[in-house]
Design a protein around this ligand. Structure first.
Ligand SMILES: [Zn+2]
Length: 250
């Protein structure tokens, strides 16, 4: 059965991206911000929404979950206070969505209820607010050291994995990257890609591309450690923490 991820930008949101995981004639709606929009996208693709998957409980990720839905609503138990969750997940589960294998990953840090969905056959990662283009989620309602551990786990996924995250932060995060390490061939290429695209046409990166661009995946990079004015032998966790602080203050 053929499957793929359909990304669409949500107008009048906090720059949110929503996704449909399409498998044959069925689709799962991830973090719907607006249910009518999810239905319209499904109709455009000629598929039926049969499941809802939630990465975490922040309002802008659950706003569109309908009160009554015939299929499973999957997410972390701590997300259940905000929605009518039917199928709790805590990470480590392997699902098959209409023939499409799905691995549920516990990725706390941005929030403590955060899950990512890895689709190994595509391969694709539905990353919610954990890993962004050239950035990571904030930790205002989570914990930075916990997020560091989750990011290390995501670094182990195959490099050709396509990264689908919850917001279009690429232009801002590329500018932040340059504020830390200056312009490089890599940052210039992505800055250029931002100027020739908009929210709807922004490129979908791979984890290999993020490993080049994303400073939060480069916490062992000597140039970065120097730019942050940390000792040469600073542990990666400390580099990550400092980088998150700088992004919060930026
Ligand atoms: Zn969030």
């Amino acid at each position: 059965m053929k499957h793929h991820v359909h990304r669409y930008f949500v107008p009048d949101s906090l720059q949110n991206y929503n996704h449909l995981v399409v498998a044959g004639d069925k689709a799962a709606s991830i973090d719907p911000f607006n249910w009518d929009l999810a239905l319209a996208e499904a109709e455009r693709l000629g598929v039926t929404l049969t499941e809802i998957w939630l990465t975490h409980g922040h309002g802008d990720h659950v706003a569109g979950v309908p009160k009554h839905f015939a299929g499973p609503v999957r997410g972390h138990p701590d997300t259940a206070s905000r929605v009518n969750l039917t199928d709790p997940l805590t990470g480590g589960e392997k699902l098959a969505f209409n023939g499409c294998p799905v691995e549920v990953l516990a990725t706390p840090g941005h929030t403590f209820d955060h899950l990512c969905f890895f689709l190994p056959r595509i391969p694709a990662l539905i990353a919610g607010d954990t890993l962004f283009n050239a950035g990571v989620g904030n930790t205002r309602s989570g914990d930075t050291d916990t997020l560091f551990c989750s990011i290390q786990a995501l670094r182990q996924l195959p490099g050709d994995t396509h990264l689908y995250n919850g917001h279009d932060y690429m232009p801002t995060n590329v500018r932040f990257t340059e504020s830390i390490i200056g312009e490089t061939a890599t940052t210039q290429a992505w800055a250029e890609a931002c100027t020739t695209t908009d929210e709807s046409t922004r490129p979908v990166t791979t984890l290999a591309q993020e490993a080049e661009l994303n400073l939060f995946l480069r916490t062992d990079d000597a140039n970065l450690i120097k730019a942050l004015e940390l000792p040469d032998d600073a542990p990666e966790q400390q580099v990550f923490r400092k980088l998150r602080e700088r992004r919060d203050q930026w």
